[in-house]
Ligand binder design. Sequence first.
Ligand code: URA
Length: 277
Amino acid sequence: MELFWQAVVHARATLMEMKDGVGPEPTADVRSLERLKAAAEELLSKAAVAKSRAELFPEEGKITRDEILSRKWTWDELERAVKGCKKCKHLVCYRTQVVFGTGNREARLMFVGEAPGADEDRLGEPFVGKAGELLTKMIQAMGLRREEVYIGNVLKCRPDMPPGESGNRKPRIEEMRECLPWLVAQIRLVRPEVMVALGATAAEGLLGRNEPMKELRGRWFEFEGIPVVVTYHPAYLLRNPSLQEKRKVWEDLLAVMERMKMPISQKQRDYFLPKKD
Ligand code: URA
C-alpha cells in the first residue's frame, strides 16, 4: 500500500512540474511522461522484490529499538537481523541490499560514515565508491590495511532519491535515529579502542551533536566509553582537494594514531605540509 501512495506522490509531483512549465492546464510532454513511466517501472520492480522478501521472512524486520539494544547479539544473528530489517518502509522499497559493515570484527579502530551511496547499495559494502577509495588511502597512510579496521555507517540502507534522479542524498536525522541501534550493536561487538566519525552528518547520527565541523574537529568525544574523533568526510576532500584541507584530516588521524600509541614516522608527521624551499 505504501508503494501505491509513493507512486501517487511521484505522479502528482510530475504533474505539478508539467503544470508549472506549461500553464494552468497540465499537458504532458514526452520527457515528463518518460519519467513517469520510469518511476512506475522502478516502483513496480521494487514492489515485487519487497513482496517476495516479505513472503520469505514474514516475521523479520519488526524488531524494536529496545529489543535491539537489550539483546546480546552474535555477529551472525546481528547480520541476519540487520539484513532483514524493514523498519523504514521507504528505504526497504528503495534499497538493492542492506549495507551491513565490513572489516575486522575485532578492530582497534572503527570508522563510521553516514549512509551507503549508489555504489555501496550495488556492491553491499560501505565506502567502495570514490570516497571509499580515498578512505582506503587514508587508512593506508596511517600504516594500516583496510581489512584491519572496521567500517560501518549510521544508516544501513541507501537514502532514497526521487525516481529517475541519480546521486545520493544525506540521511535524515529521523532515519539515522531509527537505524542507530544497529550500529550500537556493532560497536558493542567490535569494542574498538577509538572511533572516527566521518563528517558532520555521521557525527550527528552517532553522537547526537548538530554542530558545524569547525566545532567538532580537534576534540575528543565519547560513545559508550569509546573515544571518538570527528573529521571531514572523504567526499569533502574530493570536493576540496587542497593541501590545507588534506592536512586538517591528516592531523585528526595523527591524533588518533597518538591516542592508539601507533608508531608514527617523521615522514608521516610531515604529510600534506607545504614544501619548504
Ligand atoms: N559515504 C558514507 O558515508 N558511507 C558510505 O558507505 C559511502 C559513502
